[in-house]
Ligand binder design. Structure first.
Ligand code: ZN
Length: 197
């Protein structure tokens, strides 16, 4: 059995270049004639349904999956690597899927947000971070002060999103920007976190 499987994760906030880094790794493997299969969850439709697309428009064809178990449908014996972008949107089953594939000798590369707009960890990403052989944490640049940005600021109708705002708000004008720890704003966070203790 092949013993060169592993899990690599590329995490960080939006605008840190995660998808570009994934595409770079895919290209390197493809130059070496390795078979790579890419996946992304169906929920991420920012640019394109069936491609991993970075903000600078590099692209890589990928299969859209709605459940982590769907990955098995696309695998065959000569797969060298599987790549999953936006992993934070997948179900928790992805943990056992990637552990299984890495144990079978596949190089697993995943990308995703480590923190949600509230500045709290996505459970899926957190689990993978702990299990990965190789962790790459990228940062962006804070639009307010120029510090290293590790958080994603969510803005709804022109003001910072509240802690209790729903993840998806229909009809609201939303945007996101990279911010540092000091400039990241989450109104109501302290009150709600205190109450729940
Ligand atoms: Zn800042």
């Amino acid at each position: 059995m092949e013993r060169n499987g592993s899990i690599e994760i590329i995490c960080g906030p939006m605008f840190a270049g995660k998808s570009e880094e994934i595409i770079r790794r895919v290209r390197r493997m493809e130059y070496a004639k390795k078979k790579v299969i890419c996946f992304k969850p169906g929920i991420d439709n920012r640019y394109s349904q069936d491609e991993i697309v970075s903000h600078n428009q590099s692209k890589k064809k990928s299969y859209v999956i709605s459940s982590s178990k769907d990955i098995y449908k696309y695998l065959d014996d000569d797969v060298y690597s599987i790549v999953i972008d936006e992993v934070q949107f997948l179900d928790m089953g992805i943990i056992s899927v990637i552990e299984d594939l890495a144990s079978k000798g596949i190089r697993v590369i995943v990308g995703g947000l480590d923190l949600d707009f509230r500045g709290e960890p996505f459970t899926v990403t957190m689990e993978i971070l702990a299990r990965a052989e190789k962790v790459t944490k990228l940062s962006a640049i804070c639009v307010r002060c120029g510090n290293e940005a590790t958080r994603t600021q969510r803005i709804i109708n022109g003001i910072p999103a509240f802690y209790e705002d729903e993840i998806i708000q229909i009809g609201a004008f939303e945007k996101y920007e990279p911010r540092c720890r000091y400039c990241h704003e989450v109104p109501h966070k302290e009150e709600i976190v205190k109450e729940s203790k």
